[in-house]
Write a protein that binds this ligand. Structure first.
Ligand code: ADP
Ligand code: MG
Length: 353
C-alpha cells in the first residue's frame, strides 16, 4: 500500500501548555487516512475533534508534544514556513461550521480569493470561481454578498471556496451543524461526490450519527482519545457499529432506553431526514421505556408530520411497530435468562458456603 495521505503518530495537544489552566485536548492519537479515503471523527462536544482537524489542516501549528503529523509522509510541523503556507493553500481545503465567508466580498470574490494568493490573473480566477459556483448551483448568486444568502447557500459557497485551489484533502468541521435537514442532506451528497467522483480525500467532523452514512473510516472519540476505529466495508457494518454499547461509552449519561432508541432509530429509519430520525428517536424511547403501547406508537408513525407524527404508510408503520415489539420481547427474554443464570450462581455460591 502507498503511504497514507494523513498519518498521526503519538500526537498529544495541550492548550495553555505548562500553565495551571492547561487542557490536555488530544491524548496519544495514532491514525492513518489513505488517499481517496473518507474519514469521520465522531464524538460528543469537547472531545477534541476540532483541535484534531486544525492540526491536520495546518491551522494549529503549536507543537506541544513529540508526536508526528505526517501528510504524504512529511511532518507538517517540521516544514519551513513557506512550505507550510503552500500546504495550507494547495494541500487542503477547509469547510467550517460557521462558513467563514468574508462579508465585504461578493460570493464570486470569496471563492476566487484563495486563487488570488497564488497570483492567478483576475480573468482566470473569476472564470474558475464561476465554474465552481455553478457546480453547486450558486452561479446565479455570484454578484451577491454572503449576507444575502441563506445558511444552505452560504455553505455551498464555502464548499466551492474550499475547492478553489483544487486541494486533494478536504476537511469539513461540523459542516451540517447550521443547516436544516434538506440542506444538510445536500451538503452530504456533495461531500460524497467529491470523494467518489473527484477522488478527493475527505475528513469530516460530526457529532450526529446519521451523517456518518458515507464515511469509509470512522474514528470514535471521547475525552481527547480515539476509543475505536472502524473501517466500513459496507454500510451494514456502520450500522452495526452504532450499537447500544458504543453509545453508552460515548454518552454515559443517557438512559438505556434512549441509548437503544438512538442506535435503533439509525437502523430503522435509513433514508429519512435528520429531523424525522430525531422525532422517531423520541417516540421510540417512550415505547422502549413502556410509556406508550404498540397502538399509540403505530398511530404516531402514521400521523402526518405536521401533526407531530411521521406520516408513514400503514404497512410500513406496522412493519416497524412489529420489529420494535420483537426487540422488546427479545430483550425481556434475555433479561429472564440473565436472571435465571444469576439465580443459579447465587444458589451455587450459597451451597458452597
Ligand atoms: P470538539 O470539536 O470535539 O467539540 P475541541 O477540539 O473544540 O472539541 O475542544 C477540545 C477540548 O479543548 C475541550 O475541552 C475544549 O474546552 C478545549 N479547548 C478548545 N479550544 C481551546 C482553547 N483555545 N483554549 C483552551 N482550551 C480549549
Ligand atoms: Mg468542534
Amino acid at each position: 500500500m502507498s503511504i497514507p495521505l494523513v498519518k498521526l503518530e503519538n500526537v498529544n495537544f495541550y492548550y495553555n501548555h505548562g500553565k495551571p489552566s492547561e487542557v490536555h485536548a488530544l491524548k496519544n492519537i495514532n491514525l492513518e487516512i489513505q488517499k481517496g479515503g473518507y474519514a469521520a471523527f465522531f464524538g460528543p462536544s469537547g472531545c477534541g475533534k476540532t483541535t484534531l482537524t486544525y492540526l491536520i489542516g495546518g491551522i494549529e501549528t503549536e507543537k506541544t508534544d513529540a508526536g508526528k503529523i505526517l501528510i504524504n509522509g512529511r511532518d507538517i510541523r517540521e516544514l519551513p514556513k513557506k512550505a507550510l503556507a503552500v500546504y495550507r493553500q494547495l494541500g487542503v481545503g477547509i469547510i467550517f461550521q460557521q462558513f467563514n465567508l468574508i462579508p465585504s466580498l461578493s460570493v464570486l470574490d470569496n471563492v476566487a480569493l484563495p486563487m488570488a494568493f497564488l497570483g492567478i490573473n483576475v480573468e482566470r480566477r473569476k472564470k474558475e470561481a464561476l465554474k465552481l459556483l455553478d457546480r453547486f448551483g450558486m452561479a446565479n448568486y455570484a454578484s451577491r454578498f454572503p449576507s444575502d444568502l441563506s445558511g444552505g447557500q452560504q455553505q455551498r459557497v464555502s464548499i466551492a471556496r474550499a475547492l478553489s485551489n483544487n486541494p486533494p484533502l478536504i476537511i469539513a468541521d461540523e459542516p451540517l451543524g447550521n443547516l436544516d435537514s434538506e440542506n444538510a442532506n445536500k451538503a452530504l451528497e456533495f461531500l460524497k461526490e467529491l470523494n467518489e467522483k473527484d477522488g478527493r480525500t475527505i475528513v469530516m467532523v460530526t457529532h450526529e450519527s446519521w451523517s456518518l452514512r458515507d464515511a469509509k473510516t470512522i474514528f470514535y472519540m471521547k475525552d481527547g482519545e480515539i476509543i475505536k476505529t472502524e473501517e466500513a466495508k459496507s454500510k451494514v457494518s456502520v450500522q452495526k457499529s452504532l450499537s447500544e454499547h458504543l453509545y453508552k461509552q460515548l454518552y454515559s449519561n443517557a438512559t438505556p432506553e434512549h441509548l437503544m432508541a438512538r442506535s435503533l432509530s439509525y437502523m430503522l429509519m435509513r433514508g429519512f431526514s435528520a429531523e424525522e430520525i430525531k422525532r422517531f428517536e423520541l417516540f421510540l424511547t417512550e415505547r422502549l421505556a413502556g410509556k406508550i403501547n404498540t397502538e399509540s406508537f403505530a398511530e404516531f408513525l402514521i400521523q402526518p408530520f405536521k401533526k407531530g407524527g411521521l406520516g408513514l404508510w400503514k404497512q410500513r408503520a406496522e412493519k416497524i411497530t412489529g420489529t420494535v415489539d420483537e426487540i422488546i420481547e427479545n430483550n425481556k427474554k434475555i433479561k429472564d435468562i440473565y436472571k435465571r443464570i444469576c439465580g443459579v450462581i447465587f444458589r451455587y455460591t450459597k451451597s458452597a458456603l
